[in-house]
Design a protein around this ligand. Structure first.
Ligand SMILES: Nc1ncnc2c1ncn2[C@@H]1O[C@H](COP(=O)(O)OP(=O)(O)O)[C@@H](O)[C@H]1O
Ligand SMILES: [Mg+2]
Length: 368
């Protein structure tokens, strides 16, 4: 654990009754002062992770550390964490000031202190002068800010945000994405943000954890995850992908669409069945005999920045190409790609399993 680690999950499993685990041996570390996003489809366990960190529920197995101490049984009100809920959970009968002051009043803080802190928090979220407004007089975006002010006024070490932008319309949502990111930078505290929207995650985060079915599929910076998706789920969930079946003949040699290609992957079994992912922007269109694959252009759309060209190869696989060059529908063309553009994946393998496999491989006969 490095000295910047603030939260650590060690093989945390969460199970309700006899149902299958909703989180399955999840391990990760959160560092101080960064913006993290938990990204995944509905039901994958995102909210459960936030509830475990906040102390609203306890793990069935495994340990949760906060600043190096196990906090599995520490009650929610003793944790240095505040949550911004999806529906904001503001008190409709209290005005803006009292909503933000609520936690401080419970702590029995002096009134002069409360005045000062609430003012500061409202200033941080650009709501100076709104102290006496009723919640029902505030717009969606303003309510959002009140909820954030209520979280930061307690000066927690970590703020948890559970899909806080999902109720806003697209324009306001984009504005709030900038605002939240900027706020996190100014405050310098750790944000753990939950979303099912991949673009939002890519735009906002220092680090993303991609979740599916109660497991972390992959973690890393937005570019890491976009450029090197670990499996089909991640490749499909984040950005657009071409995915075809293939066979890993040996290290650095892969076969798909009946052809042999050089690649940069290793550590598979000889002739192992794999999945091949190539991003549409990594495909270049060429004359029919100058590419690595031959395809027929089925349709084409102009997307402003590029053409989106849909093609089929002889085996019937669909290939989506993003190109600044135009093609002609019905033409046979070539597709060119670098060895690095080919991503070879074992079916359903998570990052953790991938790391273990490569470690075993390098410890074995193949060490070099
Ligand atoms: N209190 C509970 N009792 C039983 N099952 C639950 C409970 N809370 C959540 N679950 C189940 O756990 C899974 C993950 O839920 P959740 O963490 O809310 O997912 P997400 O926030 O990613 O949509 C879901 O299948 C959900 O039905
Ligand atoms: Mg949720």
């Amino acid at each position: 654990m490095n000295e910047n680690t603030i939260i650590r999950f060690e093989e945390v499993t969460k199970q309700y009754d006899d149902d299958p685990a909703v989180l399955n041996s999840v391990s990760f570390e959160i560092e101080r002062g960064k913006f993290y996003t938990l990204l995944g489809p509905s039901g994958c366990g995102k909210t459960t992770i936030l509830r475990l960190i906040a102390g609203f529920t306890e793990p069935s197995y495994g340990k949760i550390y906060f600043n190096g101490k196990v906090i599995n049984h520490v009650p929610a009100n003793e944790r240095q964490v505040n949550t911004v809920f999806q529906d904001y959970a503001l008190f409709p009968h209290l005005n803006v000031f009292e909503n933000v002051a609520f936690g401080l009043r419970i702590k029995k803080m002096k009134n002069s202190e409360i005045q000062k802190k609430v003012k500061e928090a409202l200033k941080f979220v650009n709501l100076e002068g709104y102290e006496n407004r009723e919640i029902k007089e505030m717009s969606g975006g303003q309510r959002q800010r009140v909820a954030i002010a209520r979280a930061i006024v307690n000066e927690p070490e970590v703020i948890l945000l559970d899909e806080p932008l999902s109720a806003l319309d697209l324009k306001l949502r984009t504005e709030m994405q900038y605002e939240l990111r900027e706020l996190q930078r100014r405050l310098g505290i750790t944000f753990i943000f939950v979303t099912h929207d991949q673009e939002e995650a890519l735009a906002m985060s220092d680090e993303i954890f991609v979740l599916n079915k109660g497991k972390i599929q992959q973690s890393g910076t937005p570019t890491d995850i976009y450029d090197e998706p670990i499996n089909r789920f991640v490749a499909d969930f984040i950005g657009e992908s071409n995915i075809v079946p293939g066979k890993m003949i040996e290290d650095f040699k892969v076969e798909f669409v009946g052809k042999l290609f050089e690649c940069v992957d290793q550590g598979f079994n000889p002739n192992e069945s794999v999945e091949i992912v190539i991003r549409p922007e990594d495909l270049e269109i060429t004359k029919k005999d100058q590419g690595k694959l031959k395809v027929r252009v089925d349709s084409q759309l102009f997307r402003g920045v590029h053409y989106e060209i849909c093609c089929y190869d002889e085996a019937g696989n669909e290939w989506l190409v993003h190109s600044t060059k135009k093609a002609v529908v019905g033409d046979e063309i070539g597709l060119y790609f670098d060895a690095e553009a080919i991503h070879v994946m074992r079916f359903g393998e998570t990052e953790e399993e991938f790391d273990k496999r490569l470690e075993a491989y390098h410890e074995g006969d193949h060490a070099n």
